[in-house]
Design a protein around this ligand. Sequence first.
Ligand code: PDD
Length: 284
Amino acid sequence: MSRTVYVNGLYLPEEEAKVSVFDRGFLMADGVYEVTSVLGGKLIDFAGHARRLARSLAELEMKNPLTEDELLAIHRELVARNDLVDGMIYLQITRGATDRDFLFPENAEPTVVLFTQSKPGLADNPTAKVGIKVISIPDIRWGRRDIKTVQLLYPSMGKMMARKAGADDAWMVEDGEVTEGTSNNAYIVKGGKIITRHLGNEILHGITRSAVLRFAREAQMEVEERPFTVDEAKAADEAFITSASAFVMPVVQIDGVSLGAGTPGPVALRLREIYLDEMRKAAV
Ligand code: PDD
C-alpha cells in the first residue's frame, strides 16, 4: 500500500513525492535528519528530537523552517494518514535546491521531507531477548558527529562490514576508545556501573541516551560518562546500545568474545523495561 509522505507543505502519495536534482541534500549531504519512534500511535520523546533538530540546524547555519508545534502537527498528521501504530517517522531538512556551488546559497528555501516506516511490534523485537553481536571498526567519520547530518555512508559501510563478519552491528573506535555504534550509542557495564562515552563532538548526543541515563540515575544505578577501550568492553559484565528505534538493546558479543554468560545482561534488560514503560507513559 502506498504511503502518504510530506514534502514541503504537501501530503502526497509516495510515488508523487519528489525533490529537485539540485537539492543540496542530494548533491552535498547538506542536510540533517531525525528519527522518532511511534508506539501505539504516539510519538516517543518528540520534544527531545525537536530540540536536537533545532540544534543541528543552528550549528550548520540553516534556517529552521518550522516551529515545534508545526512539526508536531505534521508528525501527528502522518501517523493518522498512514494508520501508523508502531514504527518510525523519518524527518529530513536540507539547505534546499540551488545551482551547484560549495558556498551556502543565500536565498534557498529549505527542503522538508517526512515519511513513516511501519514496524508492527517494534517494542517486542525478539532480538532484545538474545542480544546482538558487534565488531569493532576504525571511526573514520568527520569531526562533528554531534550534528545529525545525512552523511551516513560510513555507518552504512560499517553495517555491511558487520554483516560480512557474521555480526549485527559495529562499534567505532578512535584513538583506542569506542566512540559509538554505527547508528546508536554504546555502553558497557562493569561491577554494576554503567559506562558510556561523555558528550562531545565525537558522538551524536542520543535522545535515547539522555533519557536512559536519567532513568538509570533515578533507579540509583551508578553511571560514569567517560571513554572506554575495546579491551575494557570485552572484559565487561555486559554491554548494550541505545537508539530511538532500538530503544535499549543488549550486546552479547564483541569481536567474537562473549560477554558474561553470552546472554543479555540484567542491567540492559531492566533499563529497556524502564525506558519503554516511562516513554510510553510520556508519549504524545
Ligand atoms: N540513529 N549515534 C548515531 C551515530 C546515530 O545515528 C544514532 C541514531 C544514535 C542514537 O541517537 P537517538 O537515541 O537520538 O536515536 C547515536 C538513528 C536512529 C538512525 O540513524 O536511524
